[in-house]
Design a protein. Structure first.
Length: 337
């Protein structure tokens, strides 16, 4: 009885006592005996340190410090060294009002919210850190009354028009520089998306969640068309000399994505915009419009079919390599090969 009371007092946790009582290893018994004889001091409870807790928890730290990995910059210590990365993905099967169609138990339904969630994670996360110089944009263009005209609605939107009686699109924008927390889980991202939809649709919830860390960096807007979104992204810091490069993934493109990104780095581009399709890809009509109307340059990632989220990960790697920042290694005079 005295032993049990002494252990309970020393550890401050009654649940720990049966664990020692059942311990079969000699090390556990020696530790308990040394503690009772005064040879070991019980650990004092430390106050919770939010910064230390945040760095150990699977969630991302609110102020993640950029780092260099393997000689190539995942997040350059000088943000001016890397261009802003914008990933634009039209979702022609998701209606402008996504909330009624969002089913947390079946994200892989016809609308394919699972693709949306994977793209958000791929665009913004790297080794449990946030890519601060990255934006992810998803535009929902599906006409609410008919699903057979999704491709036609997308083509009309690229020309700056909408189908008759079709409402304005909904654009989801997730800004890496403002995001405070992110988990690499589809259901977590979908639940956060649901909260963002409710926050912007309900004034009372919007006021209550204005300072919510979970939805920080998530923005919703109603652009008139995809053409308006692309025109806005194509404007650089200097409108007379735009420093924006618009790239379009095409399997049989004459140049690879790596070659196009190296050319963008030589030209001093400060923003690279990638236009990708959802799980079904972009049709020939959409590809032609993007090249003829907006000057998008076709680039290839090879002939192996990839998911949209996988393409985003590969493109991140290629940008990191094109704008490589040497690691500070005394034994190396440049980037690791």
């Amino acid at each position: 009885m005295a032993t049990t009371l002494a252990l309970a007092w020393a550890f401050g946790a009654p649940g720990f006592v049966p664990l020692l009582d059942r311990a079969s290893s000699s090390q556990s018994r020696r530790t308990a005996s040394a503690l009772l004889e005064g040879q070991l001091r019980p650990r004092r409870r430390r106050e919770l340190n939010p910064e230390a807790l945040c760095s150990r928890w699977p969630a991302l730290p609110r102020h993640a410090e950029p780092r260099v990995n393997g000689g190539f910059a995942e997040e350059a210590k000088d943000s001016k060294l890397l261009p802003e990365r914008v990933f634009l993905v039209p979702f022609p099967r998701i209606p402008p009002d996504p909330l009624p169609a969002l089913n947390m138990d079946n994200l892989s339904a016809w609308e394919r919210f699972d693709t949306l969630c994977r793209c958000v994670v791929a665009a913004l996360m790297t080794s449990r850190r946030i890519r601060r110089n990255t934006r992810f944009l998803a535009v929902f263009t599906k006409p609410p009354w008919i699903g057979a005209k999704v491709a036609e609605a997308l083509r009309e939107s690229l020309q700056g028009r909408r189908l008759p009686e079709a409402p304005p699109h909904t654009q989801l924008e997730v800004r890496g520089e403002e995001v405070q927390m992110m988990y690499a889980e589809e259901r977590w991202v979908a639940a956060t998306f649901e909260k963002a939809l409710k926050r912007f649709s309900d004034p009372e919830l919007g006021a209550a969640w204005a300072k919510s860390a979970r939805t920080a960096g998530w923005r919703l807007s109603s652009p008139e068309s995809l053409a308006a979104v692309l025109e806005d992204l194509s404007r650089g810091e200097d409108e007379e000399q735009p420093n924006v490069r618009l790239l379009l993934l095409v399997e049989d493109a004459p140049r690879t994505a790596e070659e196009e990104l190296q050319a963008a780095q030589v030209d001093g581009c400060t923003r690279v915009v990638f236009v990708l399709g959802d799980h079904s890809g972009l049709g020939p009509g959409e590809l032609e419009l993007l090249q003829s109307r907006f000057g998008a340059r076709p680039a290839s990632l090879g002939t192996v079919p990839l998911l949209t989220s996988q393409c985003i990960v590969v493109l991140h790697h290629l940008i990191d390599r094109a704008w490589a920042v040497p690691a500070k290694d005394a034994n190396s005079g440049g980037p690791n090969k």
